[in-house]
Design a protein around this ligand. Structure first.
Ligand code: PMP
Length: 433
């Protein structure tokens, strides 16, 4: 039998981790996973947790969905690597067909697969540059697009992602992202783009805008439709490619397969990853066929890009989303959570805003007397919830937002249990404050 490392003491593994791995690979929890199923996870000492982090938005279909497991196992019996660029396989082609058909817009599309989210982002920029012959890219404050050099350049949050790693690729600029709570209107955000055209780059040199339909790491701020429509207008005026980064918001999280489907605005390219393959590393770019064909043969790809096991998992994930009605489930669970959080505002005045779309929901915490972002309160809620067995993630430029990324397959009883823990943690954090 292979060694699975699912036993031992958390404290022993913690000490070995500190000695064996660099501190830059920081971990949120001080316990080590042994086993997981759907929305639950057990550590090496047998303690149970409800997992509302979902491996950072990857497990919309839960841990080890039986259909995802079966698809991977079946593919494993056939072959598990050829390098698609050497010996192609039909499942990749069929997945490209499915994604092109499922993304918003009825024009001719093509899809390419990669491995991590940031690789999809890198490739979307490469495609936009190849198609336009231009170099500039405009991203937005608070955005997160990944940890490679271009990913960091596009990311609009310095700590901890960019500090100490520059210089980054040039010709990348940031405009404000709209946030009502922080006093940035859609007009302010669009004016910020026009200001860049005056101060920093000629629009005729801009290849692409890249934005998140719901900002993820930045704090779960939904992009208002008027903002996306405004970007579309500016993009059309100057021949700029409009890219939506759906890496965190995709695959039913917001109640639609893609968050962009909440907007009636045509997009040129979409990047996706995370929940596409239920935990197997798979990402991709889908977009207008003429743009996707701009890079010359050999310009796109990667040794592991579109790995067959991951592609098999993705087919199963798409089937599960459809067959189990996970878009509707995202709306239902999100509605219940939103309701509970809004109820709690009566006794927990630190809840400054409950926002999001479907099950891509977050609560932002501010000091009720000053209105200042309250990262300490947020951390307390996270710690108190964890002590009671609920894993939660924070986000936001000020670290004062808790985001909820429960599997959309979470059973009602487990979801209710999590809501009870959450309510208790909020009350306790309020009493300790
Ligand atoms: N874009 C967005 C919107 C993301 O949320 C993330 C990951 N949090 C990435 C890109 C990068 O994905 P990965 O970590 O898989 O490279």
């Amino acid at each position: 039998m292979p060694q699975l490392d699912t036993h031992g003491l958390n404290s022993d593994w913690h000490a070995r981790r500190l000695a064996a791995t660099p501190r830059g690979v920081a971990v949120l929890e001080n316990f080590f996973a042994a086993r997981a199923l759907n929305a639950e996870l057990w550590d090496v000492e047998g303690k149970r947790y409800i997992d509302f982090a979902s491996g950072i938005a990857v497990l919309n279909t839960g841990h080890r969905h039986p259909r995802v497991q079966a698809a991977i196992a079946a593919q494993l019996e056939a072959f598990h690597h050829t390098a698609y660029q050497v010996v192609p396989y039909a499942s990749y082609v069929r997945l490209a067909e499915r994604i092109s058909a499922a993304t918003p817009g009825h024009w001719a599309k093509k899809t390419a697969f990669f491995t991590t989210g940031v690789e999809a982002v890198e490739n979307a920029i490469k495609i936009a540059r190849a198609a336009t012959g231009r170099s500039g890219v405009i991203a937005f404050d608070g955005a997160f697009h990944g940890r490679t050099m271009m990913g960091m350049a596009l990311t609009g949050k310095v700590q901890p992602y960019k500090a100490g790693f520059g210089p980054f690729p040039g010709e990348v600029f940031h405009a404000p992202f709209p946030s009502e709570l922080h006093g940035i209107s859609v007009d302010d955000a669009l004016a910020g783009v026009q200001r860049l055209f005056k101060s920093s780059i000629d629009p005729k040199r801009v290849a692409a805008f890249i934005f998140e339909p719901v900002q993820g790491e930045g704090g779960f701020y939904p992009a208002p439709e008027a903002f996306v429509a405004g970007l579309r207008r500016i993009a059309d005026e100057h021949g700029i490619v409009l890219i939506a980064d759906e890496i965190q918001s995709g695959f039913a999280r917001t109640g639609r397969l893609f968050a962009s489907q909440h907007h009636n605005v045509p997009l040129d390219l979409i990047t996706f990853a995370k929940s596409l393959a239920g935990g197997m590393p798979l990402s991709g770019v889908c977009g207008r066929a003429e743009l996707m064909d701009a890079p010359a043969p050999g310009g796109l790809g990667g040794t592991y890009a579109g790995n067959p096991l991951a592609v098999a998992a993705a087919h199963a994930v798409l089937d599960v989303i459809a067959d189990e009605g996970l878009c509707e489930r995202a709306e239902a669970l999100g509605g219940r959570l939103r309701h509970r959080l809004n109820d709690l505002r009566a006794t927990v005045p630190q809840i400054a805003e409950v926002r999001g779309v479907g099950s891509m929901l977050a609560a932002e915490f501010c000091d009720p007397s000053t209105g200042a972002p309250d990262a300490d309160f947020t951390k307390r809620v996270q710690t108190l919830a964890l002590e009671q067995g609920l894993i939660l993630l924070t986000c936001g430029s000020y670290g004062n937002v808790i985001r909820f990324l429960h599997p959309l397959t979470t059973p009602d009883a487990v979801f209710d249990e999590a809501l009870t823990i959450l309510g208790r943690a909020l009350q306790q954090a309020q009493q300790q404050g």
